[in-house]
Design a protein around this ligand. Structure first.
Ligand code: FES
Length: 109
């Protein structure tokens, strides 16, 4: 499923998507160079709570961790593991992505 073009997502940025058209973003994508990683926008601390306090606000100010706005949990961008906060050691659920001809897709299973 197509999400966006790679060049629409600036290096170091994160963006939320609503591929299932639920009315709220359920997938977040972070770009680091030419690499993109996808995670479910669902915090493991509290029953899959959405993590951004406003649209696309998924990263800390240093842009090296994904942050849940609810209680401040921080997650490693590459592994999804919580490195600080109330769900330490738990991890986000990966969303497999494919970058094909500058287009970012969710890998179909
Ligand atoms: S719901 Fe994410 S840190 Fe509590």
């Amino acid at each position: 499923m197509f999400l966006c073009r790679l060049d629409e997502l600036p290096d170091g940025d994160a963006r939320g998507f609503d591929p299932a058209r639920t009315g709220q973003d359920t997938v977040l994508v972070v770009r680091q160079g030419e690499r993109v990683v996808g995670w479910r926008d669902a915090c493991p601390h509290h029953g899959g709570t959405p993590m951004a306090w406003r649209k696309d606000a998924y990263l800390n100010t240093a842009r090296d961790r994904i942050v849940c706005a609810a209680h401040g949990a921080q997650f490693d961008i590459a592994t999804g593991v919580c490195t600080l906060g109330p769900c330490l050691g738990q991890r986000l659920q990966r969303v497999e992505l494919v970058v094909d001809d500058n287009n970012i897709h969710i890998r179909e299973t």
